[in-house]
Design a protein around this ligand. Structure first.
Ligand code: ADP
Ligand code: MG
Length: 548
């Protein structure tokens, strides 16, 4: 982004008449000064030799003798260079009627050396295009005249305009983003300097023919010659668009001319209403903290919105006639210029991606990749899979899934379309299966992921518990068997003892000996198992704890 105030230059028209006392000082390092010395009012009847001095600062002041070439070099060339780089540029001439605006912007017709800023800039730009073969430049030209708040297309070649009103009317439109569009203003492509000059002549011819003494078009209308430039590198999708407005404003003449007396140097009213609006915009822009800038009040300020306080590098050339009777106008012009000099613009590089170019580039890329692929695979692959191919893939996937061999392979070859098709087929099958096995398949909302996880967890726990139960049951039955064996051995032992004792005492006396065998009194194996199950589980727990 380039932040820059509007650049102000002054130009004084040559005159042979008595001039007012003025001086030009271009030597200052900080800029130039134009000074007017005004004699005081002589109304009181006595001579007052004191003079009032009005001093105005410019970037440079071109005095009467300065040639068109020098003006172009100083003013237009830097703007043309920034337009070439991709910034918007505007040069506008402001001054009273007859002060040399048209001469400066378009030029004089008599001598080739009188060519003004427009033809010289065209010539310069086309020369630069031809020197730079690394870029492709395209240029379009439009030429708009604004008279009485109405726009006219000066480049209309179909009409034999005899009046301004015969020219196509240009309307101003604003889109939702507040961008200005000029409807009906033709944009003519110009491939070279000659074509561009022809367009300039066509416009100027229309401008002259349409002028009548009644409408005084040349003094009351504004003419905006615009060059639309597009620059891009061959093969690149980014391009830079810039606009160069070369503006010849209506005469800044004021209503009340009070001569060199009384309220001489106070501000008078513009004859041209749209210049009044232009000044309103400039005052608003030069004041700090003004949020509303009244661009919309006139067509001129709407069209020049970017040039005034926006995305543009703008230069103003204040043209002045220095004969005595024009002194007040010249001072008004200088005052206007001082206000304009306060306006800050912020020019940005207008770089953009051209979607059409981008699409074309991507298409080319796809084509070359296809060719590369065909070369590598030996197969031409175009677009979608055929019905036969899809059927074949379905069969392959089915065979793959049905095969119990875990090492089975699904060979599809190096074709991403087939690979992707098979993946989506598998995904669909899995989803179908999930839907089929789900109790919610009857239309109820399917369980959430969290619910599914919960139920999977509890199912795993149940399985684990069931396994533990089986283990325990096995352990218990082993223990029960052991106990049964012990019981049998005990019974056998008791029977043996009984037999032995029977020989010595009676069987009834010795029945109390059973008290030493509490286990045997606990009854059947089933009733035994309750106590033993508890102990067996404890035992197993201990074993497990030890084995961990
Ligand atoms: P404006 O457009 O401001 O009304 P013009 O550019 O038509 O004024 O100038 C009025 C007359 O003065 C024209 O005949 C023009 O050729 C002549 N003129 C203006 N400036 C110069 C100049 N710097 N050198 C020679 N002639 C000039
Ligand atoms: Mg003019």
């Amino acid at each position: 982004m380039v932040k820059q105030t509007i650049q102000i230059y002054g130009r004084i028209k040559p005159t042979k008449k008595n001039t007012t006392v003025y001086s030009v000082d271009n030597e200052e390092q900080t800029g130039a000064f134009l000074e007017f010395l005004v004699p005081r009012d002589l109304a009181d009847g006595f001579v007052n030799n004191k003079r009032e001095c009005y001093k105005f600062r410019f970037l440079k002041v071109f005095d009467q003798a300065v040639e068109q070439e020098e003006v172009f070099e100083n003013i237009a060339k830097p703007v043309a260079d920034s337009v070439l780089a991709g910034y918007n540029g505007t040069i506008f001439a402001y001054g009273q009627t007859g002060s040399g605006k048209t001469f400066t912007i378009t030029g004089g017709a008599e001598h080739y050396s009188d060519r003004g800023i427009i033809p010289r800039t065209l010539s310069y730009l086309y020369e630069r295009f031809s020197q730079d073969s690394s870029m492709v430049y395209t240029t379009h030209i439009s030429y708009l005249e604004i008279y009485n708040e109405m726009g006219y297309d000066l480049l209309d070649s179909r009409h034999e305009a005899s009046r301004l009103e015969d020219l196509p009317k240009v309307l101003i439109m604003e889109d939702p983003d507040q961008n200005i569009h000029l409807r009906n203003l033709s944009l003519q492509q110009s491939a070279n300097e000659e074509e561009a000059l022809n367009l300039l002549f066509l416009g100027d011819t229309n401008r002259m023919i349409a002028e009548t003494p009644m409408n005084q078009a040349s003094t009351r209308s504004h003419c905006i010659f615009t060059m639309h430039l597009c620059r891009r590198e061959p093969g690149s999708a980014t391009l830079r668009r810039s606009k160069l407005h070369l503006v010849d404003l209506a005469g800044s003449d004021r209503v009340s001319k009070t001569g060199l007396s009384g309220q001489l140097l106070t501000e008078a009213k513009y004859i041209n209403l749209s210049l009044h609006y232009l000044e309103q915009v400039i005052i608003a822009l030069s004041e700090k903290n003004r949020s509303h800038i009244p661009y919309r009040n006139s067509m001129l300020t709407s069209v020049l919105r970017d040039s005034l306080g926006g995305n543009c590098m703008t230069t103003m050339i204040a043209t002045m006639a220095v004969d005595r009777r024009n002194l007040d106008e010249s001072i008004s012009t200088c005052r206007f210029a001082q206000r304009v000099a306060l306006i800050k613009n912020e020019a940005i590089l207008n770089e953009e991606l051209d979607p059409a170019l981008l699409i074309a580039r991507l298409k080319r890329e796809i084509q070359s990749l296809k060719e590369e692929l065909a070369m590598l695979t030996g197969e031409q692959r175009d677009g979608q899979l055929t019905v036969e191919e899809i059927q074949r893939l379905e069969e392959l996937v089915k065979a793959f899934l049905d095969d119990p061999d875990p090492d089975v392979m699904l060979s599809l070859g190096p074709d991403m379309r087939k690979i992707q098709f098979c993946f989506s087929l598998l995904k669909m099958m899995i989803m179908d299966k999930q839907r089929g096995g789900n109790p919610n398949a009857d239309g109820k909302a399917s369980p959430t992921a969290a619910e599914r996880e919960d139920s999977q967890q509890s199912a795993a726990e149940v399985t684990k518990l069931k396994e533990m139960m089986t283990h325990r049951d096995n352990e218990i039955s082993i223990l029960v068997k052991m106990l049964k064996k012990e019981k049998k051995r005990a019974q056998d032992a008791v029977a043996q003892i009984a037999n032995t004792v029977n020989g010595q005492r009676t069987a009834s006396q010795d029945a109390s000996g059973l008290s030493t065998m509490p286990l045997l009194r606990e009854g059947s194996p089933d009733s035994i198992s309750t106590g033993h199950r508890g102990r067996a589980i404890k035992h197993m727990k201990r074993v497990k704890a030890l084995s961990r």
